[in-house]
Design a protein around this ligand. Structure first.
Ligand code: SF4
Length: 380
């Protein structure tokens, strides 16, 4: 994870905040929001804990949040209550050249209240591993006939790699459109870092599992594949996954169907194939929310995505019967690191002129990432 931009030492020490009650922290956060007004946007991902969501200006999925931030004209500071790659994307979009020109070169500062809020999936694909895999693939395949596609849940360095190599970023809502875009250009795709989103999407397009070799970055040679498997490939999948969505299992689906006849299973495409194929409906966090909102009262759901979002849907839709699709608590532990103490600490330092945890993507990486993100917008 790249370090935050160097700044003056923080005026306030994080330790002072850890012993404060949530009510006191919330009041102080509100005071900073009031003093900075529209110059500050506090953004919260759908998977955040409720105490944080109660204090944000906007909530949404990672792409929606970045887009909202990028579109804002008054905003000069963003506190991103999400994970590291989301703050990077917000920095790239909010500070793209035309936006900087509109502000006479003034940057929007993006802060991540706790730098330890990473994403285990994004961390499963380091840029050095991707470059090594690409070089190895070029020895056995025509690299000009492969389009790299990265899920938005990846480091900016991967997005830049994709931009440089004629590829595209996708989200969980436009993965099929991104693959269509890629196949209009080349006969093969390399998809990273989430194998499940890649596999579930490609299977839905009629591509067989035998045409989707899995690239293990820790294998000695060719990601653990033989040359023949790579030559018959359509989509080369990266061996990465979301540790939250991996927890949902086919037996959980069977258990809910048996206990609650008529229940609908609704899952995120980061779930494994075995679960995804058993579900009645699937989609991004945005689609999951809209599906529940549109359902008639009395509908029964077992939902396979992060716990905080499912619990919030349960509270907001008492007219429906909503269950979490696992007997085991699975939440995004890294997202959970953004608590009110970190948010208050980072905002008070921002207001005092000693910002902490600034996420700033270097110019070259931002430029190529933007190329890949803009291609994603074309297929939206
Ligand atoms: S839920 Fe999974 S993919 Fe999303 S931020 Fe957490 S670890 Fe990453």
């Amino acid at each position: 994870m790249p370090p935050a931009t160097a700044t003056a030492p923080p005026q306030f020490d994080l330790r002072q905040y850890k012993s404060l009650e949530n009510d006191a922290l919330a009041a102080r956060i509100q005071a900073v929001r009031a003093s900075l007004g529209p110059e500050l946007l506090v953004l919260g991902h759908h998977y955040q804990q409720d105490e944080v969501i109660a204090l944000v200006d906007l909530s949404g999925d990672s792409y929606q949040l970045s887009q909202m931030a990028a579109d804002s004209t008054e905003c000069r500071h963003i506190a991103f209550c999400g994970v590291h790659f989301m703050a990077e994307t917000a920095d790239i979009l909010a500070n793209r050249p035309e936006k900087l020109a509109e502000r006479d070169g003034e940057r929007v500062r993006v802060i991540l209240p706790d730098l330890a809020a990473g994403c285990s999936m994004a961390d499963m694909a380091a840029i050095e591993q991707i470059e090594d895999a690409w070089d190895q693939l070029a020895e056995v395949l025509d690299a000009d006939d492969i389009t790299p596609v990265t899920y938005i849940n990846s480091a900016a360095s991967l997005k830049a790699f994709v931009g440089r190599h004629g590829g595209i970023v996708c989200t969980s809502s436009n993965a099929k459109a991104a693959l269509d875009w890629a196949f209009a250009r080349t006969s093969r795709v390399m998809f990273f870092p989430d194998q499940h989103l890649g596999r579930n999407t490609a299977l839905g397009m009629g591509i067989g599992e035998q045409q989707m070799p899995l690239w293990d970055p820790y294998a000695d040679d060719l990601g653990g594949n033989d040359e023949e498997a790579l030559q018959r490939s359509k989509v080369i999948l990266w061996k990465g996954h979301c540790s939250v969505h991996m927890m949902f299992q086919p037996e959980h689906v069977a258990m809910f169907r048996e206990k609650h006849p008529g229940i609908k299973i609704l899952v995120h495409p980061e779930c494994p194939r075995e679960v995804f194929e058993l579900a009645d409906e699937s989609g991004s966090t945005g689609k999951i929310i809209k599906t529940v909102e549109a359902a008639p009262p009395g509908t029964k759901w077992a939902i396979g995505t992060e716990l905080h979002l499912v619990n919030r849907l349960k509270q907001e839709h008492p007219e429906q019967e909503i269950y979490f699709l696992s007997p085991v608590v699975c939440m995004c532990a890294t997202m959970y690191r953004i608590d009110l103490a970190h948010l208050c600490w980072s905002l008070e330092n921002l207001a005092a002129g000693t910002p902490v945890n600034t996420i700033e993507v270097d110019e070259e990486t931002a430029r190529w990432s933007l190329v890949a993100l803009e291609r994603m917008l074309e297929v939206k």
